[in-house]
Design a protein around this ligand. Structure first.
Ligand code: AKB
Length: 355
């Protein structure tokens, strides 16, 4: 039986991933951890710990206490917040990962860690960005991700640590808001379209970036972590892709459902970050090595996002269980604890430092 620790568990990915892991492996087998204690979590009967990942000793205590064998290490800063606090970004992203890898080495843990398209920079080919290419990020976030990939590679080859990673694109989800990334516009726009009928986008209309719907991201993470170790040929991080669209293409797709919706453009400092990233990634290595494939294209993402958010807005509090179950669980095994009641999640408790 697996015993899993999820760091940054209240972030955009963690919020969905914890729910799915609990369905797959058992509710009490998944220990979530957040950087700061939050009242709602205190009252939650499912296991959680307060953990600042830069605290190596505390991390090791938790690993020992629960006999953890797998860590999904999601705690970290994203690109926009990272740029506003480069020192914190380095400390959380690099030292936090180093502590996780050290624990993995000492206790023979399996690790998932998200890298990002932010490892690429202005001199990287922008279209069909290869698995191995120039990595010259212009953000501190990207620098921490390149460093993290090198650390993963080093610990895998030098100490035989089973660490697996994906270079995630922008992730679009309805169950929790993103937390300080450059791709956040692709989520904010849905809330604005439904609530206000208008949105002011912080990147230019022609800005084209790689994106993925959350169910595909969760599928990719679980699939990678369940793959036979012999299939994992890349121990730095795999390119992974689903869709690629510009801000104006996203607007046009939303307008098919909401014809009155309008979008203005007011680029800010995030435009330069977006401009430094690729438009579309070549993920053929992930597809060949362990069989990655995505499900959602842009029309499917937009239709599902609007339907889920509308349902959530009209019936607040109802979305969580139904949406997660219907979207994620059909593809995954082991729903043996599906009767266990999932605690309703309070978004205000989400860790400030989390992807
Ligand atoms: C961000 O925008 O910072 C993230 C990412 C692409 O890594 N979504």
């Amino acid at each position: 039986m697996k015993t899993i620790l999820v760091t940054g568990s209240r972030g955009q990915i963690g919020s969905d991933l914890v729910a799915v892991l609990r369905k797959c492996y058992g509710a009490t087998q998944v220990i979530e951890s957040v950087r700061e204690a939050a009242p709602r979590l205190e009252g939650n009967s499912l296991p959680y710990e307060v953990l600042d990942v830069t605290d190596k000793q505390r991390l090791q205590e938790i690993v020992e206490q629960y006999r953890i064998d797998t860590i999904y290490h999601l705690a970290g800063l994203l690109s926009a917040t990272g740029e506003q606090n480069p020192e914190l970004c380095w400390n959380a992203n690099v030292n936090g990962l180093k502590n996780v890898l050290e624990a993995a080495k000492s206790y023979q843990l399996k690790v998932f860690w998200p890298s990002s398209i932010a490892v690429f920079g202005p001199h990287t080919p922008k279209i069909d960005t290869p698995q191995i290419t120039v990595e010259d990020p212009s953000t501190i976030y990207g620098i921490t991700k390149v460093t993290g990939e090198l650390l993963c590679y080093y610990y895998a080859h030098r100490f035989n640590v089973d660490v697996r990673s994906l270079r995630l694109p922008g992730i679009i989800s309805y169950s929790s808001p993103p937390g300080g990334g450059t791709t956040d516009f692709a989520v904010e726009i849905f809330y604005a379209a439904l609530k206000h009928g208008t949105y002011t986008c912080f990147v230019r209309p022609e800005t084209r970036l790689p994106m993925m719907y959350m169910p595909d991201a969760i599928e990719a993470i679980l699939h990678l972590m369940e793959a036979d170790p012999a299939l994992i040929k890349v121990r730095s991080s795999y390119n992974i892709a689903a869709v690629s669209f510009s801000a104006e293409e996203l607007v046009a797709q939303i307008q098919k459902h909401l014809p009155e919706f309008t979008c203005q453009y007011a680029p800010d400092f995030r435009q330069a970050i977006a401009d430094s990233w690729p438009c579309a990634i070549d993920d053929s290595k992930a597809r060949a090595d362990w069989g990655w494939k995505h499900t959602y294209d842009l029309p499917a993402i937009v239709a599902d996002m609007l339907a889920r958010l509308e349902e959530r807005m009209t019936r607040p509090g109802q979305e969580s269980k139904a949406c997660r179950q219907s979207l994620f669980l059909t593809n995954h095994r082991g729903t043996e604890n599906s009767e266990e009641k999932e605690e309703e999640r309070d978004e205000s408790t989400r860790s400030k430092i989390s992807v």
